[in-house]
Design a protein around this ligand. Structure first.
Ligand code: DGP
Ligand code: NA
Ligand code: NA
Length: 212
C-alpha cells in the first residue's frame, strides 16, 4: 500500500504496432473502458502533431520537408521529452496515462525504417519515464497492407514496414512487452487488453513503485 497520505499512482500504458495495426483504435477503446470503470484516464499520442515540434514532424511525415536521419530521430525524441512533465504529473496524481506510440516506435522506425544504429536511437530516448506495460498489437506487414492499403505517409510502404516489424522484435522478450494477436476481431482484442490493463492498474496502485 502507499505511504499514509500519498495518492496511489496511476499506470503508464503504451500501445505499439505497425501503421494500420489497429493500435490507435485499441488505445482509444481502452481509455473509454477504464473511464467507464471509474478510473481517471489521460490519453496521449506520439508524435503529437500539434505545437511547433509536432508541425515539423507532421510535415516530415507527409514528405513536405526532409531532415537528415539523425535530426529526424531527435525531432521525434524531443516530442517525447517535451511531454515528460505532463506524464509524470498525471501519473503522480493517480491518473492512468495511455499513450498511442512511445520510444519503442523510435527504435522500430528510426532504426528499422531509417537504418540508424539501434543503440544510438535508444540513447536519445534514454531516461524517459518507463511505461508499466506495452501492448504490442501484432499484425504482420502483409496483413496490415491488405487491410486498406497503406496511405501516402513517409513510412507507409510494405518493404519499410517489414523492417519496422523486425526492429520491434528487439523488445519481444522484455517483461513489460505484451504482444496481442492483432488479427482477432476488435472486440476480443479490446476485451483481452482491458483485462490485462486492469491488472496493471491495480498492481501499480498497490505497489509503491515509483515512476522511473
Ligand atoms: P501515426 O501513429 O499514424 O500518427 O503515425 C506516426 C508515424 O511516425 C508512424 O509511421 C511512426 C512514425 N514514428 C513515430 N515515432 C517515431 C520515431 O521516433 N522515429 C521515426 N523515424 N518515426 C517515428
Ligand atoms: Na501512420
Ligand atoms: Na494511428
Amino acid at each position: 500500500a502507499s505511504c499514509v497520505g500519498a495518492m496511489p499512482r496511476g499506470a503508464f500504458i503504451v500501445f505499439e504496432g505497425l501503421d494500420r495495426s489497429g493500435k490507435s483504435s485499441q488505445s482509444q477503446r481502452l481509455a473509454a473502458s477504464l473511464k467507464d470503470k471509474g478510473h481517471d484516464v489521460k490519453a496521449i499520442r506520439f508524435p503529437n502533431r500539434e505545437g511547433p515540434l509536432g508541425q515539423l514532424i507532421d510535415a516530415f511525415l507527409r514528405k513536405d520537408i526532409d531532415f537528415t536521419k539523425r535530426t529526424c530521430h531527435h525531432l521525434f525524441s524531443s516530442d517525447r521529452w517535451e511531454k515528460q512533465c505532463e506524464i509524470q504529473a498525471a501519473v503522480l496524481s493517480g491518473t492512468t496515462v495511455i499513450s498511442d506510440r512511445y520510444a519503442f516506435s523510435g527504435v522500430a522506425y528510426s532504426s528499422g525504417a531509417e537504418g540508424l544504429p539501434l543503440e544510438w536511437c535508444k540513447n536519445a530516448d534514454s531516461g524517459l519515464i518507463a511505461p508499466d506495460t506495452v501492448f504490442y498489437i501484432d499484425v504482420s506487414p502483409e496483413e496490415a497492407n491488405r487491410r486498406k492499403g497503406y496511405g501516402a505517409e513517409r513510412y507507409e510502404k510494405l518493404e519499410i514496414q517489414r523492417r519496422v516489424y523486425s526492429s520491434y522484435m528487439h523488445f519481444s522478450t522484455q517483461p513489460y512487452w505484451h504482444a496481442i494477436d492483432g488479427t482477432k476481431d476488435i472486440d476480443s482484442i479490446a476485451a483481452e487488453v482491458c483485462v490485462k490493463a486492469e491488472q496493471v492498474v491495480s498492481s501499480v496502485a498497490a505497489s509503491d513503485a515509483p515512476v522511473t
